[in-house]
Write a protein that binds this ligand. Structure first.
Ligand code: ASP
Length: 307
């Protein structure tokens, strides 16, 4: 029997203050989410694979400058953009990831090349960049990644000497997508610029399979956004999958325990997009808001920011 196709995406979670959101800005965010959702859903609808769908949705989010990934990635302490990404498929449980990479336009495509053509799972920095060039991926100069908003955030963070999670109003702007295709295969992908003003080659949860990104056909596909250090320690994505696999919990029950109890207890602010093998979608978050969107079967699309 054909599976019930589903896709869910996010553009980051955090304190998204209504007071600093104008109707015009909100419309731009919603447009960015809708565009990415459509890109992924169109592939699923034509019978395409969940891996292609999550890659297309994340490429769209990376190309959209308001989100902290690809083009809109934040500045690190020395004024550069160091990006992390991961992609994982639930059928073979193969994964590919990159961390601390600069210059590549779409880090999720580099992560996919790692998964499919490197024989490895996680490549870092210069080596990952070299591999991407050898694979013919597209690179851009610093100017492509420059956005005034991110520059101003970095200057502010530098002045106050703090490492900041993406926005003055504490938003986590990482992007991600999860999907179930008609063949019943799950996939997940996540991409991020990490934290504004980050130092020392800091890497968060996003590119780590099991922490920020995970897919397993027996359970679910997950893409996280939030305070990476806490998501790493809580091994969030894998924990949800384990609660389903070993305890028989539903996707919703597992997400509730991890996001609204375990993470809250250690101060881990954020959320995630999740889909299970039956096509059920959950997009829980313990922060004030999360940019998110989903579409399941022939149902209407949902595009949401606040609770
Ligand atoms: N989880 C990401 C990180 O810590 C940040 C985010 O979600 O915005 O790198």
């Amino acid at each position: 029997m054909a599976a019930n196709i589903s896709i869910a995406i996010h553009g980051g979670a955090g304190t998204i203050l209504k007071s600093s959101m104008t109707p015009a800005l909100q419309a731009r965010y919603e447009h960015g989410l809708q565009q990415a959702l459509d890109a992924g859903y169109a592939i699923l609808e034509k019978g395409g694979s969940s891996v292609d769908a999550v890659a297309a949705a994340v490429v769209s989010l990376e190309d959209f400058e308001l989100f902290n990934a690809g083009r809109g990635a934040v500045f690190n302490n020395v004024g550069k953009h160091e990006m992390d990404a991961c992609i994982m498929r639930g059928d073979t449980m193969e994964a590919g990831a990159v961390c601390g990479v600069a210059g590549v336009k779409n880090p999720v495509l580099l992560a996919r090349a790692v998964m499919e053509r490197s024989g490895h799972v996680l490549l870092s920095g210069q080596g990952a960049e070299e591999f991407g060039r050898a694979q013919g991926l597209e690179y851009a100069d610093e100017a492509y990644f420059y956005t005034q908003q991110r520059y101003d955030q970095w200057q502010q963070a530098l002045k106050e000497d703090r490492v900041q999670l993406d926005h003055t109003d504490k938003k986590f702007g990482t992007v991600g997508a999860v999907a179930l295709d008609r063949a019943g295969n799950l996939a997940a992908a996540t991409s991020t610029g990490g934290m504004t003003n980050k130092k020392f080659g800091r890497v968060g949860d996003s590119p780590v399979p099991g922490a920020g990104t995970y897919a397993n056909n027996n359970t679910c596909a997950i893409s996280c956004t939030g305070h990476g250090e806490l998501f790493l320690r809580a091994v969030v994505a894998h924990d949800i999958s384990c609660l389903m696999e070993y305890k028989g919990l539903s996707l919703k029950e597992a997400c509730d325990i991890v996001v609204h109890d375990k993470l809250v207890k250690i101060g881990g602010e954020g959320g995630l997009a999740a889909v299970d093998k039956a096509g059920n979608i959950e997009m829980p978050f313990n922060s004030e808001g999360m940019y998110r969107a989903c579409k399941s079967g022939s149902g209407a699309p949902l595009v949401l920011i606040y609770k």
